[in-house]
Design a protein around this ligand. Structure first.
Ligand code: SUG
Length: 444
């Protein structure tokens, strides 16, 4: 069966701000409390979606989530009217108020793990919302993520959306950011590669010492079970704990795969040779040859990969069989990476084009092109069955740009989160958005 990959980018929400909430994510920590520009952030994201859609790539979006999260604030003892809740939280717990306001659902690579119908036992596309329980500001996203996914992928004949795994450290799950699918072509059975940072129950497995490992082996195995994946086409690989300690908080900061290609840093995995061996064996079962594109430390040190987000790129298959690498501007600014990329596209390999975007607003919180998108490979029948209002078109792009211009602020500082007017603005913006996307009731 033929299938096409859609990238569902997160539409940046109107409360995008820099709160330094993600310990282990270097960019988030270094930009804490600087002023953000939500309008520019949303426009940068929309420009990427528009350009990729115009190039013929499958492109859609996932809506932002309702903010602030009053349920969180009330559940921890802030009472009264909404305005009273906000002012008490701003006074007594400003960091938790920032958590309640975070626009982090924009990084939809963390919304869910997705297995296309070609891989699952029941022939449906499976989604498991990620519990993101390592970080307070992200631990509630799964409720609205599951809801949005169910609204878009409603047809149970084709789609199954699973609730998040239990929100406890043993099942720490960060979704597609730690999951890569390798295959001959998108519509044929593939190999699903789960990369985990630690194991809850294997005391012998190495673990990072400085920063948290957000994904557990147990969570990855649970997702594979829920999706009905076959054991011989599922591979579990441990991420190198040393690179987690250097700021590689998700596997998609050090590796990206597409079709039969795996673009990765030599230090990405705890056991590189073992990982490649397992992958080659599993891919043999689906008639695919692994194209391993290894980046050596001598060419690009881990620190440069983290600073540039080289691997947080999108690797997209083009009609001519070649691939384009979608990178952030920062890749041109880090010398080793710029030189590496020049050689890569000139080298005659499968990657023959670079497409770059200015995503600085998101990058300052540690979110590059690949963080901003959730991949879903769909057959024609499945693509026709999903909600069409989120598919990116020129018309939707212009509608959303006008919506952003109307509702978004161009400057947000930490103190602004105490302003009750901001909550009203966000609410009004999202109310209108649900109508524009044809998803009434999304925020009820
Ligand atoms: O979870 N940053 C996000 C970035 C997620 C990137 N996603 C992928 N690699 N797929 C995170 O660390 C920062 C929010 C703040 O500090 O205000 C934040 O949540």
């Amino acid at each position: 069966m033929s299938a096409r990959e859609f990238n569902f980018d997160g539409l940046v929400g109107p409360s995008h701000n820099y709160a330094g909430l993600s310990f282990g994510n270097v960019a988030s920590f270094s930009n804490v409390k600087s002023a953000s520009n939500p309008k520019l952030a949303a426009l940068q994201g929309l420009a990427k979606m528009r350009a990729l859609a115009a190039r013929g790539f499958g492109q859609a979006l996932l809506p932002p989530q309702d903010r602030p999260n009053f349920r969180l604030l009330r559940s921890i003892g802030f009472t009264g009217t909404d305005a009273e809740v906000l002012s008490k939280a701003a006074r007594e717990a400003p960091v938790i108020l920032a958590c309640a306001y975070s626009a982090s659902p924009m990084w939809t690579a963390n919304a869910a793990t997705v297995s296309p119908s070609a891989d699952s036992a029941d022939g449906r596309t499976h989604f498991t919302a990620a519990n993101l329980n390592n970080k307070l500001h992200r631990a509630f996203e799964h409720e609205q993520s599951a809801r949005a996914l169910r609204a878009i992928f409603k047809d149970e004949k084709h789609f199954a959306v699973h609730d998040a795994l239990p929100g406890t450290p043993a099942f720490g799950d960060e979704g597609a950011a730690n999951h890569t699918r390798l295959c001959r072509e998108h519509g044929s059975a593939g190999v699903e590669l789960f990369v985990y940072g630690r194991s809850e129950f294997d005391a012998a497995a190495p673990a990072p010492r400085k920063y948290p490992a957000r994904q557990t082996l147990e969570a990855s195995q649970a997702v594979a079970r829920l999706h009905g994946l076959s054991a011989e086409r599922t591979v579990y690989v441990q991420q190198n704990p040393d690179v987690i300690d250097q700021g590689v908080f998700h596997n998609d900061v050090i590796a990206v795969g597409n079709a039969n290609a795996l673009f990765y840093h030599e230090q990405a995995f705890a056991d590189e040779a073992g990982a490649l061996d397992q992958l080659r064996r599993a891919m043999g079962a689906v008639g695919a040859d692994l194209n391993a594109i290894r980046v050596d430390t001598a060419h690009v040190p881990v620190a440069d990969a983290v600073a540039s987000y080289l691997f947080n790129s999108q690797l997209l298959s083009k009609a001519d069989g070649k691939m384009a690498l979608v990178i952030p501007h920062e890749c041109q600014e880090v010398g080793s990476v710029a030189r590496y990329l020049e050689n890569l596209v000139a080298g005659g390999g499968v990657v023959d084009e670079l497409i770059h975007f200015d995503l600085r607003q998101s990058m300052r919180n540690g979110g590059g092109p690949a963080c901003l998108r959730l991949r879903v490979a769909l057959t024609d029948a499945e693509a026709a069955a999903m909600h069409q209002g989120v598919v990116m078109t020129e018309a939707l792009y212009h509608t959303l740009v006008a919506w952003v211009e109307k509702h978004y602020r161009d400057r947000l500082e930490p103190a602004d989160l105490a302003d009750p007017q901001l909550a009203i603005e966000v609410h009004n913006a999202l109310e209108e958005l649900s109508r524009l996307l044809g998803l009434p009731g999304l925020y009820d």
